[in-house]
Write a protein that binds this ligand. Sequence first.
Ligand SMILES: NC(=O)c1ccc[n+]([C@@H]2O[C@H](COP(=O)([O-])OP(=O)(O)OC[C@H]3O[C@@H](n4cnc5c(N)ncnc54)[C@H](O)[C@@H]3O)[C@@H](O)[C@H]2O)c1
Length: 379
Amino acid sequence: MQPINIGIIGCGVISDSYLKGAARSAYITVKSVADMRPEAAAAKAAEYGVSAAASPEALLADPDISIVINLTVPLAHAAVNRAIVAAGKHVYAEKPLCASFAEAKELLDLAAKAGVRVGGAPDTFMGASHQAARRAIDEGRIGQVIAGAATVLSHGMEHWHPNPDFFFIKGGGPILDLGPYYVTDLIQLLGPVARVAATTCIGNPVRTITSQPRAGEQLKVEIETTATALLSFACGATIVLTASWDVWKNKRLPFELYGVDGSMLVPDPNFFGGSLEISEKGGDWAAVDITGHPFHLANRELRDGRQVADYRIIGLLDMAAAIQQNRPHRASGELTTHVLEVLEAIGTAGAEKRWVDLTTTCERPAAVPQGVGEEVFAA
Ligand SMILES: NC(=O)c1ccc[n+]([C@@H]2O[C@H](COP(=O)([O-])OP(=O)(O)OC[C@H]3O[C@@H](n4cnc5c(N)ncnc54)[C@H](O)[C@@H]3O)[C@@H](O)[C@H]2O)c1
């Protein structure tokens, strides 16, 4: 695969993961970075030895850049995505693809007309543990999956993120912010969602920032911060998704799937690795070997000291390879748009107290072949 020049718009907290990932990759070169705050772009450019474009517009005018990653805040995603497509470049956006399903559909139409690709986070479903789970399900080790639970509970984001405002307005909340990891992984394991029911609420209408540099400032919460949803999949499985930023402590596992022949415990889909366990027909839990799958080694320490595998950017790498190989990419616009419709349907189902049928569907993304690392995508 030929190395490909990319640009990054949005130089905040998550840009570090992408810049580190790009620096590790033999196939991606960051040509330049940009931000509406030029000082933020200049700081990341200096830290990672790349160049800073004078503005997002200047970056988009660079003919050497063919894919642009959008790492701005959710409410800015749609406009920045549209500008990338209008510049004739492929777009890869952080989640959610846009702040609304309608904006995502419009983006897919614009991209189809412009002949460019749309891709987006999360790409954690391509990680070793989630691909090993996929393989075990496809091999029938737990039989037809009929039920399960996905759970993401914490007490919010205002204690660590320097600018947590976007988490508590439209485009944020645990459903749109963390839901994509769980729903995307469920879709790669089980296929598309058919309909959704939910209850939702705002647990704490006002939040006090405790992170620096804005400790003490108060935020008004404008988006639901707790949701309990039933996701009814086209394959017949029903999964309970509980997502909340109102919970202080809990002992629930991130992800359990129950099949007619066994059960599976899948690690947190916010990361690429972690322990995967299966019990077949009531037998003891047995760890599944994930080491044959790429992207399993821990390479990042979290704030709480946990070591995790974080290979954010491989979704873009797969998209770059897919362009050169003329094949579909895995973290596709169709997948991220279906996920966004599911997440928006949770809000609608909660507000209107009814089942919501989905209007979109998608293919399960192709399984990632076993292999050593990112060269699994190379032609
Ligand atoms: N922080 C995380 O741990 C994390 C993890 C995974 C995904 N994400 C996602 O990544 C995205 C960014 O999150 P973050 O935490 O880095 O946010 P952030 O607030 O730290 O950074 C966002 C950056 O985008 C810039 N920006 C905003 N609007 C812009 C525009 N219209 N044009 C150009 N630049 C613009 C801001 O100046 C800022 O530098 C969000 O969609 C978030 O959901 C964040």
